[in-house]
Design a protein around this ligand. Sequence first.
Ligand SMILES: Nc1ncnc2c1ncn2[C@@H]1O[C@H](COP(=O)(O)OP(=O)(O)OP(=O)(O)O)[C@@H](O)[C@H]1O
Ligand SMILES: [Mg+2]
Length: 353
Amino acid sequence: MPAPAIIFPADPLHPRRPDPHFAWEARTLRELGGEQYLVDHDALLAGEAEDAVRLVPRDCGPVWYRGWMIPSADYAAFARALADRGANLLTSAPAYTSAHELPGWYGVFEGATPPSVWIPLAPAAGRPGPEQLAAAVARLGGRGPAIVKDYVKSRKDEWDEACYIPELADPAAVGRVVERFVDLQGDFLAGGVVLRRFEEFARIDGTAVVGANGPEGGEPAGGTPAANGSSANGAPKGGVPKDAAPKTGSDGSGESTDPTGGNGRAVEARVWWLDGEPVLVGPHPDAPEQSAEPDLTEVRPLVRALGCRFVTTDLASRADGSGWRVVEVGDGQVSGLPRGIDVTGLLAALLAA
Ligand SMILES: Nc1ncnc2c1ncn2[C@@H]1O[C@H](COP(=O)(O)OP(=O)(O)OP(=O)(O)O)[C@@H](O)[C@H]1O
Ligand SMILES: [Mg+2]
């Protein structure tokens, strides 16, 4: 069997070149002697999958994708359009959904990740009603702090407004944060609304991310630059990699639980797994200068149980040092890489898979 090729999104301005955001990965792939093809990501998300893959040569065999996020339905169309051309996307559509959307991986990782519940919701279908929210809150234990996200992304940059719920027992607060989140996601809401119990993680400034009633005391983290290098990544839409939203949100007040600013970020390591083996352990792209060495003993069997070939796990250290938690799982094809990291080993592993 030939070595897999990698498909990158094309540069919208120069359709025969990879998107500048992925140019360094494409360059490294070339240096390794790997084959690369291009997909028109805009056409894919416009429902024109056949047209989107027109530059992929016929009968080219196995392929990976590395690029912007793709909504699950569009990914399925992408896989079908490639199959019609004789290309075999190595992550199937069901496997993509399993790793990319929280309900797809949650069952396997339950116990190793913050307890979570979800309410399916179509984009622009309104907001969950008070009874639906009350039932979801009850399933989550009824009290304590929580965070809200959709099946794929949070609005962590709008932490106080649209991400962090200080107290689940306060229905008005739950309703307010969820409504704001749903409104801001708009047409880009993926799958539905997820509520997760808030847990305290160690932070880059050496303190705990404290809950609503916990003590403060960290120095502002200051100066942890965002990892994104592209200007096209402003909104949590289907077209951005999982981590490309620019950071805002530091208010410097010293009072926030906001992990993306204020008092400092949660320390997260992103582990890249291929066929159940960790092929790259690095920082989360939001804090590319931050290194962490997570213990993978408990996570490895879970990744294997998930059964997806190429995935990432974001791991955060519990604030009390009692171990590592899985903050989220992602499909490796659409997870963001920290700028400047050496991707040779990762790409070589993909070529050898
Ligand atoms: N249950 C939780 N308890 C405490 N902090 C959390 C929890 N869930 C998320 N966070 C914090 O919020 C941040 C954003 O959450 P999450 O990673 O789930 O969202 P995202 O938008 O998918 O982010 P990413 O950019 O990694 O794709 C996390 O990096 C973490 O610091
Ligand atoms: Mg994350």
